[in-house]
Design a protein around this ligand. Structure first.
Ligand code: GLY
Length: 357
């Protein structure tokens, strides 16, 4: 069964209507300390269901996406006698919907949940597609299941107070979806300004809808990432290596920034190996440089970056490095491998395009 997607800025009304449709009597609302403070006062006003629901709050931050907080959620559900026909409403960013989705999927072998993403990154990515998980043993998303929420209620009302970096971080995933879709979708994103003070959350909603539908179509065909869903890894092989490198040597960069830089480097590889059009590569590189700046890597950093790419959990064998590349906008090729020399050449060109060389 596919997750229902509701795009609206009237979130409270949408929650009430959905819970009524699901016929759920018992509602639990999972929040973190951030959403509890900034989002819940609005939702409690707008939704009778949320106002009456039993609140469970965990500390915010990816560091708390762990077994301890998961057990806390299960404990609260258990002592409040939640059943399989209860509903858990997950109000938060990707950390919260990942943990809450897993809590719901495993509680009594599965209770229903609804996602209400409150960040752009959460809305465009984590809240859709059924990847649920917690971090374990120092590794991200190690324990989890594929289990789709009943619905995700996607709005842009909560974004007006987000820091600029968080908007741009989510916007990078929207650019990725557009690259997987078509030039018209990509053009609309390049024309929209996601930067304050021009950032207009109302005007973002139709763009966000189009973007989420790209992901939804892919997930409908391949929920468990055996094939087509790997297309969503565009930009992430080199992006994750940049991200890990920043954690080890620089100040940590937001996920979407690493993906934006990773996409530039992987579009270079796409050009080298599959003939991806160079004028679009240059357009994306200029857009990324203008809005995200550049991650400064040097030739001496390549061995460490390559090691991180080899260890990426998407990689099937340590001997080769796997990528999703593009022949052109809207034509992804999954399971492409590239040699050390090709990746280093792509990183050289990335540094040129980002004015680092
Ligand atoms: N974030 C990529 C996926 O959901 O498959």
């Amino acid at each position: 069964m596919n997750q229902k997607l509701i795009f609206t800025n009237l979130v409270g009304g949408a929650i009430d209507a959905l819970v009524d449709e699901l016929g759920a009597k018992d509602v639990f609302v999972l929040t973190d300390t951030n959403t509890s403070q900034f989002v819940m006062p609005l939702l409690v006003n707008d939704s009778a269901v949320v106002a009456k629901g039993r609140r469970i709050t965990i500390p915010s931050g990816d560091i708390n996406k762990n077994l301890e907080q998961l057990a806390y959620v299960w404990k609260q559900l258990s002592v409040s006698e939640a059943t399989r026909s209860s509903v858990l409403i997950n109000v938060g960013g990707g950390m919260l919907t990942d943990l809450g989705g897993f809590a719901a999927a495993a509680f009594k072998r599965g209770m229903r949940c609804i996602n209400v993403p409150t960040t752009l990154l959460g809305a465009v990515d984590a809240s859709v597609g059924g990847k649920t998980a917690v971090n374990f043993n120092g590794l991200k998303n190690q324990i989890g299941v594929f289990s789709e929420a009943e619905a995700s209620i996607i709005s842009t009302v909560f974004f007006n107070t987000l820091p600029q970096q968080q908007i741009l971080s989510g916007y990078a995933e929207m650019l990725k979806h557009a690259l997987l879709e078509d030039e018209a979708t990509l053009g609309r994103l390049l024309d929209y300004n996601p930067v304050y003070p021009e950032f207009d959350s109302e005007a973002l909603l139709p763009l966000l809808r189009a973007s989420v539908l790209v992901k939804q179509r892919i997930v409908e065909e391949d929920l468990t990432e055996k094939g087509l869903r790997k297309a969503l890894n565009l930009g992430h092989t080199i992006g994750h290596a940049f991200e890990s490198f920043s954690f080890a040597h620089l100040s940590p960069v937001p996920h979407g920034y690493a993906v934006a830089w990773g996409m530039v480097a992987e579009l270079v590889l796409s050009h080298m190996k599959l003939g991806f059009p160079s004028e679009i590569l240059h357009k994306i590189a200029a857009y990324v440089l203008e809005n995200y700046g550049a991650m400064a890597v040097e030739c001496k950093d390549y061995p460490e970056l390559l090691k991180a790419m080899r260890q990426d959990k998407k990689n099937d064998s340590p001997e080769s490095i796997n990528f999703t590349l593009l022949e052109e906008v809207g034509r992804p090729m999954i399971n492409c491998s590239a040699t050390k020399d090709e990746i280093e050449a792509a990183l050289d060109i990335y540094r040129d395009l980002m004015h680092l060389a």
